[in-house]
Design a protein around this ligand. Structure first.
Ligand code: ATP
Ligand code: MG
Length: 420
């Protein structure tokens, strides 16, 4: 038997072809297979349709070593995966009495009699290995056929996940050989996609020539850039070493613009920083309408460092709640460095926080001027002995401007706290 290298995923279920359900199983399956160094060559979503499934399954089976099907193992007439796969592989189906007994017991434990149609879930293709499903009625199936492997897994994610994880720890890892594919996401702020690309380009060339090559994809997301690294090697720790080294090199080139290399989001990174320094934060928000505080408090344990926030949207509120001088607003406008700084000062002195943040801007679509167009946002950060303010010009719709403003607010605090 060859070791597994390439897989295909078939997500079966007509509901996955509607606008209301999305196939998430394939993401989990991909992640798990990658742990074993198995690449996913392609994936398909197909409805509960015998003809379509038979065609796509045969095609997949010809092209890869491993076909993973999710869904369509239920007891009803529209669940056809088991039957179609048995037919394509030319294997007969027979009832496995021990499965029927297990399903019967499952119903009995809830005081119910097993409906006869559930017997379908006990039908096993000749020669298949039954994979127990502790969280549901339909077991998974492992079918070896002509040097290839086929896995049939139940559709509900909470049933599929433990079955597949168990296989990856045991039976599948034995079939996958020693190879491992390792990934790492590096998150970056304060640079555009092309500036990031330009800076890391020389590294790409070097990585490609290494004994364990590292490949990279750059993705622009709202308010940040992500660099996705992957490395494949004969052994997991070799791949990990290669990718850790590459991540360090990126950090060396991009410096403080890299805010995480371990999957953490900006609010988590900032939370850790505040916790480590034993600092509290308070935020005065205008155009972000509370978004910064909402993101800060998305992190479990944020009560350790979030003190309080004020949403001061109108000029009157900025004066009344944050003690911003009326004249400052009249002279410079609400969206200005002096007002942002006064907001940060105001929230810092009305709270007992160490760090005060003020954010004011024009989210649009109206309210912009030639001098201060829509997307102009001013962020100020104040501590006992430092203060910074900065004007940003964001592009995008209202919601996107708000998110970028929140990102800038969190990021300015992070940078200030990292200063020597
Ligand atoms: P059951 O015995 O529950 O019928 P099944 O193997 O037949 O199991 P499906 O009927 O295809 O599975 O799916 C059951 C539920 O599992 C679906 O309603 C859907 O919510 C979820 N599900 C199925 N496939 C996927 C998928 N690819 N990604 C995420 N969720 C899925
Ligand atoms: Mg079903």
């Amino acid at each position: 038997m060859n070791s597994l290298r390439q897989a295909a995923i078939l997500a079966v279920g007509s509901e996955l072809l509607t606008p209301s359900r999305v196939d998430t199983n394939s993401l989990f399956i991909t992640e798990q297979l990658n742990l074993l160094g198995v690449d996913v060559a392609f994936k398909v979503i197909v409805g509960d349709d015998r003809g379509g499934l038979a065609h796509l399954f045969s095609t997949a089976f010809e092209r890869v070593d491993l076909v993973v099907c999710s869904g369509g193992l239920g007891p009803t007439d529209d669940d056809v995966t088991r039957e179609v796969v048995a037919e394509v592989l030319n294997r007969s189906l027979a009832e496995d009495e021990s499965i029927t007994a297990r399903i019967r017991a499952r119903f009995a434990s809830r005081g119910m009699k097993m409906p006869e149609i559930n017997r379908r879930q006990a039908m096993v293709p000749e020669g298949a290995i039954v994979l127990e499903n502790p969280r549901g009625t339909a077991p998974g199936l492992w079918i070896e056929h002509a040097d290839r492997l086929v896995l049939l897994l139940p559709g509900p994610p909470r049933e599929l996940k433990p079955i597949l994880s168990e296989l990856v720890r045991g039976r599948l890892s034995a079939r996958a050989g020693e190879a491992a594919l390792v990934r790492k996401v590096i998150r970056i702020t304060g640079r555009t996609e092309s500036h990031t690309e330009e800076a890391v380009q020389p590294l790409y060339l070097e990585w490609a020539r290494r004994e364990v090559p590292v490949s990279a994809t750059i993705l622009a997301a709202l308010g940040q850039i992500e660099l996705h690294l992957s490395a494949k090697a004969g052994a997991r720790d070799t791949a990990e070493r290669a990718i850790d080294r590459a991540a360090e090199e990126v950090q060396r080139v991009l410096g403080l613009d890299v805010y995480s290399t371990d999957g953490r989001q900006l609010e988590e990174v900032l939370g850790d920083l505040l916790t480590r320094k034993g600092l509290h934060i308070a935020v005065a928000e205008s155009c972000t309408g509370g978004l910064i505080t909402s993101r800060l408090t998305d992190v479990p344990g944020s009560s350790r460092y979030v003190d309080q926030s004020v949403v001061a949207y109108s000029n009157e509120a900025k004066v009344a709640l944050l003690n911003v001088a009326r004249e400052l607003i009249d002279e410079h406008g609400a969206v200005s460095d002096p007002v942002a700084l006064a907001m940060a000062d105001g929230i810092r002195s009305r709270s007992s926080a160490d760090v005060g943040v003020g954010v004011t801007g024009i989210a649009g679509p109206s309210g912009g001027t030639a001098e201060k167009p829509v997307g102009t946002v001013v962020v100020a950060v104040v501590t006992a002995d430092l203060s910074r303010s900065r004007v940003f010009r964001f592009v995008g719709e209202r919601e996107q401007v708000k998110f970028q403003a929140s990102q800038a607010g969190l990021d300015m605090v992070r940078r200030l706290l990292l200063e020597p």
